[in-house]
Structures are given as C-alpha cells and as structure tokens.
Design a binder for this molecule. Sequence first.
Ligand code: BG6
Length: 482
Amino acid sequence: MVSRVIPVDPFDLVIFGATGDLARRKILPGLYRRFCDGQMPPEARIIGAARTEQDNAAFAEQVREAIETFLPAKKRDPKGLKAFLERLSYVAVDAHGEAGWEDLRATMRDNVVQAFYFSVAPALFGVLAERLHHFEIARKDARIVVEKPFGRDLGTARELNATLAAHFDEAQIYRIDHYLGKETVQNLMAVRFGNTLFEPLWNAQYVDHVQITVAEEVGVGGRGAYYDKSGAMRDMVQNHLMQLLCLTAMEPPARFEPDAVRDEKLKVIRALDPVAPVDIVRGQYRASGDHASYLEDAEAEVSRTESFIAMKIHVSNWRWNRTPFYLRTGKRLRSRKSEIVIHFKETPHSIFDADAGNRANVLSIRLQPDEGIDLRVTIKEPGPGGMRLIDVPLDMSFADALGPEVADVPDAYERLIMDVIRGNQTLFMRGDEVEAAWAWTDPIIAAWEARGDRPVPYHAGSSGPEEAAILMHRDNRRWREI
Ligand code: BG6
C-alpha cells in the first residue's frame, strides 16, 4: 500500500517553547518526518521561539539532536535531515517584555500560511496572544495551536477561551487532543459512516454495552509534580476518553466537516448523565515487583490523586437509552492497550439447543498497539458432534491487511500539524466542547473533594483494582483483558 502525500501550502510556523519537551519529542521530529515524506513544500519555514539566547545554528543543532534521540533510526533519512535543518531559524523572545518581537515580525513573510504553536504553559497563552497582537505579527488569518491541559475546570477553561478570543476568532484556534490524530480513531468514523453494515445496529436496540479502555504501562515517574495535581480524570478522561466516547456515540454528521462533526460531539457530551459515586472506581498503584509505588513516582508523602479510573456512564438520548458505556484508564497497568469495544446483544432467540451456546458479536477497534479492527462472529464448531457454536475473529490487523508500510503512517502530531496548515479544524476541539466536558467533569471531582475520597490500591503491573472488576460483575459483565 502506498499512501498518497499531498503537499501543503507554503507556511511560516512559529513554535513558542521550541526548546521545551513537547517540541523536542513530538513537534519537531513530526515536522521532520512530514518533510522527508515530501509533504512540506520547499518554501515552508519553521521558526523556533523561546527565551534562551542562541543563534540559528545552535537551534538547528538542538533539533538534530532531538530528532536523533526521539525518532528510531529507521524513521530517519540522513539526506533529508540536512535539508530540513535548513528550513529552521530561531528568534529569542521575551514573552513578558519587548525583546525579540520586532525580530520575529521581520522574519515573517506575507502570502504564506501563518501558524503559531503555543507549546508553552497555559499561563502564557494570553501573554503570547497579546504580544502577537501588540506587535502586529499575527495576521487576521493566522492560526494558533494550543495544547492540553486546557484549563483544570470549567472556570479556568472559560478564562482561557476568553483570553484567546480577545485576539483570535474561533476559526483561528486549533486545540489539540492528540487522540483525535490517531489513525484508528479516524478509522472509527470510517467504519461507522463508510459501511452500511454497522450503523443500523449502532444503538441501544442492538448494543448491549460499550467498553473504552486506555491502559498504560508507564507510571507517573518524571512528571509526578504535574500529574499529582491532575489525576486520571483530568489528565485522560476529560479529554482523550471523552473524545473517544463522542466519536463512538455521536449521530452521523451531515458532512465530514469541522463544525458538522463538532456539533455532534458536543451533543453527546451534553447528553451525559451525572455519574453516581457507586459507578466510579478510583485507584492508585502500590509498589509491586520491580515497580515503585505511585507515591514514590510522584515524590509525594501522601496523595489522594487517582492513577486509575473506571466508570459506568450513560448517554441519555434515544440512540443510547440504557446502554452503559464503561470507561477505564490507568497508569502502571499490565500492558499498553487502548481499544473501543462494542458488545452487541445476544440473538433474541436461539434456534439451537441450549447447550450449543449463545454468543454475542463483539467489534473491537484497537488504537494501540497493533492498530486494527476485530469482529467476533459465531460459527459452528467444525467437525462431527452436532451443532456447537463458537466465536471466531474476523481480524484485520492493518499491518497484515495493508502491508508493513502501514506502521509508517504519520503519528498523531504529524497529521494534526499538517491539518493546521491546511486550515482543517475537524480533528481539533472547539471551545464549547472543552467547556462542556469540564462542566460534566467538575461535579464528579467536587464530590470526591467534598467527601475526602481516597483512591483504592492496586498492584503496579496488574489490571487495576478489584473494585473495577466488581463494578462490571454487578451488571453481569466483564472487562476485556488488558
Ligand atoms: C497525555 C497524558 O495527554 O497522553 C499522558 O498527559 C498520557 O499522561 C498520554 O501518558 C498518552 O498518550 P499516548 O499517545 O501515549 O496514548
């Protein structure tokens, strides 16, 4: 399979925070990959901006080192690297002062797409927006890119939205949730809306329940200070899992266009019922085997922050009436596994003997690792001995079906940055979506705080706390294996 690469228009992309962690790990290596793939036209330019005083050559050297550190050798092309580094320049700017801004303005060209990536702490979003405006650097059609965390509750998210809105229109603002850039997440929309097979069954009449899991093997070591103030609810559920839920539960948009898709996602969030405390399990990992505990990783003596969460939620509308969605995410679990799984109902009546077994179809959409789609269907167990039913997978690993190059598809950041340049907001969160997600999340967190809720322990390297299994058993259901 050879994917088609359509070059984007020439652009000036300014990365604020260009010497920071995200820029080094994701943004710059991602841009380099797009360059090597021929997606970036020769006139494209990337301008690093940060506080550190350094010249273009020193910045280029830093970027080379970042690419060599964060991209495996097989994803690097030494010839392309030199040409890519020639696209880079650097301007030292003082976010709170005057220094550097005139230089930045002098660097920008007319007649090319203009984008500013705020790869900085949210506290600086407003300051940068104001400086770009004050020095008349950003044009009316400039795009700005911001990252999570987009607020820590509804109040702060509203403030951030208002700060950005003071200088930019909503159509200029690209709020990244990198889960929306993942290949299989977009495939979920292709599966739902590109086939006649699934959509008629995609509702409460045929779906028994849905499980959405984002399990991680990593702990919080190295970023404990940030994580301990967030926890799984703010770090993963309010954004990534919410987006997966929206794409799974939304009505078909009239067109695959930014506002059509985002309107439908917003309706899902607004249709979420409040969650009862009995339907939520919060966990925190304990030391086990070679793994340290959450408290050691977070360098905290005590903490009530959850590193795991499992919950049962309801989307209160006609399509999903009484169909539970079970969400689960955690750190330091047995393996890294993310999937969306649709468990269909059993057939309404079995024509076979009771001991033949009655099975239900299961459609799983694997985000990582080994992206793919698997549909379990019931067949007769081969051989003599009467009619016994078994379920077998109709498994499509993308790598098997589409060839090994599929492992080389652009990663989420690469795709999303190119969408910014193309001016396509479909895979970005709109301000009202983010606020609606916080409006649903806030009372849950407030209730924990009011009760002094403590997370239950689970062993590092396990599948999470026993209480999460009980949450399912209560409903006569089981989690999928992690
Ligand atoms: C980030 C979270 O947004 O997503 C991290 O802050 C998490 O805690 C990460 O580890 C997971 O992303 P991915 O792409 O590795 O699944």
